[in-house]
Ligand binder design. Structure first.
Ligand SMILES: Nc1ncnc2c1ncn2[C@@H]1O[C@H](COP(=O)(O)OP(=O)(O)OP(=O)(O)O)[C@@H](O)[C@H]1O
Ligand SMILES: [Mg+2]
Length: 567
């Protein structure tokens, strides 16, 4: 096929008015045509995209190239550094023969080394960069279920637990808050709440608890907590250039799900925070989702639905999302269908399955008379890709074999000193450094449980006191009755004695009147008033008082005070 055909097709298909990202020059039959410039309209960058290709084919450098031009256009960018090699964005590139040869090949005349404003983010406590933390509450049950690898039943239980915490105004800040809430619901105090919320089975709560412990054992506590990262901090421009935020996850190979879900959290937060804007001249923010296959692996339906929804809706907020993965098949069809801009680096056909994947991928590109797409996909060189993007009218551009431009920043890992200098100059690093342990579900539940215990103990003491008082009262009454009976008996005896004495006196008087003498008064007789006092004196006796004090004393530990208060 002749070169001019290609140039005509590309100039017609890619000759947009307005600002563009220049990505390279079209090639055909092993010949590159610098005049056939392949570009993406800046205003269409928020229509999302896919950068795919086998390992070592140029995906990361493509991200670097796109990022640089977005930053130049004042658009902030977020990306993940899996291998440490995108950190080079923070330092100027170095011209060398290979770069010069490529510049020549693609006809790029204005290449100059350039460093970009970068912030490094880290998920690790003590990691290098701005600490990226989320609260368990804002992470939400769906993302957390994905991290914990919960099945759907367990996920629905976790959702109820989140609802319970929400209803009870128990902030779930870190994993220990979630653990405390689960423990509370699983314990005696939480049984009733469990019943009210229906469907909370003790066994399932137990499984979730175990999975949380496993996650904590992997050191995941450091990702959850406060201060929570504010996504506004991703949206900066510095000296006119968009900030490039790079999440460093080189040391997270063993916990890939965690960082992929963290990226999803960030994206959801961005969606949440940004206002609706409609069509803009340029995106507000671009998000590169590297190693995207990790996100979709073993994803259940609710998780996939959430991703699909966020990706769909975030576009109207001016945010472009680019998935980066080895094969387009890693991305679920509903998400793939939303990715308007495509750079497909080389695919390798080793097995019949690979061949099928290549044929399927080829079919997703606009048909072209210029190339046999499937063959082209396997013959692309490093740093070359099959490209189709969305034109300003929303129509896909012709499929073209593109030789990518080289980035202007360093195409290698940033050296440790330069890295350290960026981290130590960062205000955000300081701002997010210290963990904050606020009054949250753990403390609040502990407080509530302690209060419930105190109340229960107080109620018990009161009940004991009432029982003892009743007993004392009964004893007093019994004793009073005994004393009253005794004094009654004494009184009656005294009366009988008095009557006898009187009878005796009378008899004596009669005898003496018969004999003429009178003794006058009651001489050896009995005083009646004295008899009535006897009963009362017994009750006031020291022996009775000792008895009363003894009983109250066992209740209060302070017989004197207690008896005094009762008076
Ligand atoms: N646009 C480009 N300009 C110049 N050289 C490039 C370009 N793209 C890729 N290369 C060369 O190819 C090498 C591999 O590219 P890159 O690291 O981007 O591959 P990758 O697909 O990200 O690999 P992996 O899957 O291992 O992460 C680079 O180190 C660089 O030498
Ligand atoms: Mg790479």
């Amino acid at each position: 096929m002749a070169g001019p055909d290609l140039e005509t097709v590309v100039q017609a298909g890619y000759g947009f008015d307005g600002p563009v990202l220049e990505i390279g020059a079209a090639a055909i039959g092993g010949k590159t045509h610098p005049a056939a410039r392949v570009r993406i309209p800046l205003q269409m960058v928020s229509r999302h995209g896919l950068v795919a290709g086998a390992t070592g084919t140029g995906k990361t450098k493509t991200l670097q190239l796109l990022t640089e031009q977005l930053s130049d256009a004042g658009v902030p960018v977020f990306l993940v550094d899996i291998k440490g090699d995108i950190s080079g964005l923070g330092a100027p590139g170095q011209a060398n023969d290979r770069i010069n040869a490529r510049l020549e090949q693609v006809g790029m005349k204005d290449w100059a080394p350039q460093a970009y404003p970068v912030e490094f983010l880290t998920l690790e406590k003590g990691g290098r960069g701005v600490r990226l933390r989320a609260t368990v509450g804002s992470f939400g049950p769906i993302l957390l279920s994905k991290v914990l690898q919960l099945n759907e039943t367990q996920e629905s239980v976790l959702s109820l637990v989140f609802k319970y915490a929400d209803d009870q105004q128990l902030p779930l800040v870190d994993l220990s808050d979630l653990r405390a809430t689960l423990n509370f619901l699983n314990g005696d105090g939480g049984k009733q709440a469990m019943a009210e919320y229906g469907g909370l089975s003790s066994a399932t709560v137990g499984v979730i608890l175990r999975k949380i412990v496993e996650l904590e054992q992997q050191g995941a506590e450091s990702f959850f907590g406060q201060p929570e990262f504010d996504v506004e901090d991703l949206l900066e421009t510095r000296a006119g250039r968009g900030l490039v935020s790079i999440l460093e996850v080189a040391d997270m190979q063993d916990r890939p799900k965690l960082f992929s879900t963290f990226m999803m959290w960030l994206l959801a937060e961005v969606y949440h925070d940004l206002p609706e804007v409609g069509d803009l001249d340029k995106p507000k923010f671009v998000f590169f989702f590297d190693e995207a296959h990790l996100l979709f692996e073993e994803a259940n339906k609710s998780f996939l639905d959430q991703i699909e929804m966020v990706v769909r809706l975030v576009r109207s907020k001016g945010v472009g999302v680019y998935f980066v993965t080895q094969s387009p098949e890693d991305v679920p069809p509903k998400v793939l269908a939303q990715l308007g801009n495509r750079v497909q680096h080389a695919l390798r056909a080793f097995t019949p399955n690979d061949q099928k994947m290549i044929d399927d991928t080829a079919r997703t590109f606009p048909t072209t008379k210029l190339y046999d797409v499937a063959t082209e996909l396997t013959s692309l060189g490093i740093g070359e890709g099959l490209v189709t993007v969305l034109g300003p009218n929303g129509v896909p551009t012709p499929t073209v074999h593109c030789v990518m431009r080289p980035p202007r920043s360093l195409m290698a890992q940033l050296d440790p000193a330069a890295f350290a200098a960026i981290v130590s100059a960062s205000k955000l690093v300081t701002e997010y450094a210290a963990d904050v342990d606020p009054q949250s579900a753990k403390e609040m539940l502990a407080g509530r449980m302690a209060e419930a215990q105190t109340q229960a103990a107080a109620a018990q003491v009161q009940a004991q006191a009432q029982a003892a008082a009743a007993k004392t009262q009964a004893q007093i009454e019994k004793q009073y009755a005994q004393q009253a009976a005794a004094s009654q008996r004494a009184y009656e005896k005294a009366q009988a004695d008095a009557a006898r004495a009187e009878a005796r006196d009378q008899a004596r008087a009669q005898r003496s009147s018969r004999s003429g003498g009178y003794s006058g008064g009651s001489g050896g007789g009995f005083d009646l008033g004295q008899a009535a006092k006897i009963g009362a004196e017994v009750i006031r006796s020291p022996a009775a008082n000792t008895l009363l004090r003894g009983i109250f004393g066992t209740l209060t530990g302070s017989p004197a005070r207690r008896t005094r208060r009762r008076r």
